[in-house]
Design a binder for this molecule. Structure first.
Ligand code: NAP
Length: 336
């Protein structure tokens, strides 16, 4: 058992894309768990676009990460020692345990990972990623069979699950993604009806209009900006826009322009609604059961990329913003 704990802390608030100097990588002695506490060895760290927002000193749905604090992040790992009756050495658990090799947690901060569920899957399609797609699409988007559903960042972790759920519900599914390989995967492997490589089209509106000839009933927005505007322009009567994220804006240094076509919501009696996956905590079990069933039946597929070594996490985070990765992005902190 090692004695030192490698941690990545927030050293400075980034301006634009995070730089190496915005992070500090340090080693410190591993904390001892106290009464009722559990020591966890992190195996995987989930890299999420939202982390960029948590690094800013701005009011949000969670407080900003304080300067000098360990970077916030969801991890899956193994119990190393336990002073709580509900957890035993060797148990697989997940929680917001941060960018570090070891974490001391209270029992209520940990969720057991059921036997047979690999730790990477517990952070991906069967974790926060899959649940975001599940509740965002079904609860906020309310897709109906035959409707057209547009998903942006469709080859990403959340988008690829949302698109497949829309397909399972009998919708016509259109996706946007930033490379030919991703577009091919969406069509050939996930069964999307149409895809657009938004990086190579000259006329985004024209391409979307062609891919969605009847217009858009549900837009699952992971991207914001121009993409949101283009989708609003094609919204159908009583269309729904699910505001899941706006990754095109997360590194902006100036407030971006608002959507020009927002009146489409009024004309079409449409609805645009944001959500945070944590809102659905009481229903996670339902989501996990459904997603697990589709995975087992082969109706839900996923891709992931694993970066080795916690010290590589700051650079790996940038791959969410340049799109240089396939599916869910994880960091392997230690061997499972
Ligand atoms: N509301 C919630 O509770 C909740 C929970 C989790 C995640 N989210 C949001 O869901 C979205 C997807 O998250 P994820 O974890 O699944 O990430 P992801 O989609 O796996 O990775 C991000 C992807 O976004 C695309 N992208 C990056 N910069 C872009 C830009 N400027 N314009 C257009 N596309 C860009 C890239 O793909 P391509 O360029 O190749 O398409 C990149 O691979 C994010 O906005 C995230 O904040 C929300």
């Amino acid at each position: 058992m090692p004695h030192q704990n490698l941690q990545v802390r927030l050293a400075a608030r980034p301006v634009g894309l995070p730089k190496d100097s915005d992070f500090e990588i340090i080693e410190r002695p591993i904390d001892e768990p106290g009464d009722g506490q559990v020591l966890v060895r992190n195996v995987f760290l989930s890299l999420d676009p939202a982390m960029r927002g948590w690094m800013d000193d701005r009011k949000s749905y969670l407080p900003p990460i304080a300067l000098g604090d360990v970077m916030r992040g969801l991890t899956a790992g193994v119990v190393e020692s336990s002073h709580h009756p509900d957890f035993a050495v060797g148990d697989a658990v997940q929680g917001a345990l941060g960018w570090q090799q070891f974490a001391v947690a209270e029992a209520h901060e940990l969720t057991p990972i059921p036997e047979g569920v690999p730790l990477n899957v517990a952070l991906g399609p069967l974790g926060m990623t899959g649940l975001t797609a599940y509740f965002g699409l079904l609860d906020i988007g309310e897709p109906k069979p035959g409707e057209t559903v547009l998903i942006s960042a469709a080859a990403g972790a959340v988008g690829s699950v949302a698109g497949q759920i829309a397909r399972i519900h009998g919708c016509r599914v259109v996706g946007t993604a930033g490379s030919e390989d991703k577009c091919r995967w969406l069509i050939d492997e996930l069964g999307f009806d149409a895809v657009i490589n938004y990086k190579t089209v000259d006329d985004l509106h024209g391409a979307l209009a062609e891919a969605c000839p009847k217009g858009i009933d549900v837009y699952f927005d992971n991207v914001g900006g121009e993409m949101l505007d283009a989708a609003l322009r094609l919204l159908r009567f009583r269309g729904r826009v699910v505001l899941c994220g706006a990754i095109s804006q997360y590194n902006a240094t100036e407030p971006p322009p608002g959507p020009a076509h927002y009146l489409s919501l009024l004309v079409n009696r449409g609805r645009m609604q944001g959500f945070i996956v944590f809102d659905y905590q009481k229903r996670y079990a339902e989501g996990v059961e459904k997603l697990g069933g589709w995975l087992a039946e082969g109706k839900l597929r996923y891709r992931e990329e694993i970066v080795d070594g916690l010290e590589n996490a700051p650079r790996a985070l940038l791959r969410l913003f340049d799109g240089n990765k396939n599916g869910k992005l994880l960091v392997r902190i230690s061997q499972g």
